[in-house]
Design a binder for this molecule. Sequence first.
Ligand SMILES: Nc1ncnc2c1ncn2[C@@H]1O[C@H](COP(=O)(O)OP(=O)(O)OP(=O)(O)O)[C@@H](O)[C@H]1O
Ligand SMILES: [Mg+2]
Length: 189
Amino acid sequence: MEKQALRKHLLALRQNLSREARAPLDAAILQRVIELPEVQAAQTILLYLDFRGEVESDGMIEHCLAHGKTPVAPVTLKEERQMIPVRITSLADLRMGAYGIREPLHLPELEVPVTAIDLVILPGVGFDRKGGRLGYGGGYYDRFLPKLRPEVPKIAVAYELQVVENVPMEPHDTLLDALVTEQGIWRRT
Ligand SMILES: Nc1ncnc2c1ncn2[C@@H]1O[C@H](COP(=O)(O)OP(=O)(O)OP(=O)(O)O)[C@@H](O)[C@H]1O
Ligand SMILES: [Mg+2]
């Protein structure tokens, strides 16, 4: 219940950001993400396709496509409660998937083995500066992240208003390695 109340509060805060207020924040976050050594070192990057006022991610995907990297996004299988990593070949080739989230076309030849992913950039509802993350409550990322190669960095992007002192964490919640906001980068030490 504590998680649920915090989710509601933080989603309302994020929803209140106007388009005009959001644009410079998205630009600042994009710039920081592009400069991350983890991004520069990675070939295959699992990103996300923003919805419900998440930090805009199209610029990150365009950066990957323009720099010969392989951007990948989750295709959500609702019945199985699983995310399947699928390659994004173009931002023009997306469709509307489960929960109203854009996703790449789920063609077998575009599926990417989880072990091929070098870096994960993920969104969320709330974060703290201890590696804590609060999602929408589906547990999709919490089930997915443990399948990655253990050394793969898990880096979240968020607006500063999504960062709180303490996100309630449960044993199934995976800790993040870094958090990028418009104001700076937090890293787990
Ligand atoms: N590793 C796991 N194995 C089994 N069930 C899990 C696992 N992780 C999460 N769940 C289930 O998902 C539910 C939601 O998890 P949680 O509240 O942490 O979601 P969330 O982190 O907000 O969402 P998401 O990860 O999708 O962004 C949990 O109550 C639990 O039942
Ligand atoms: Mg969780």
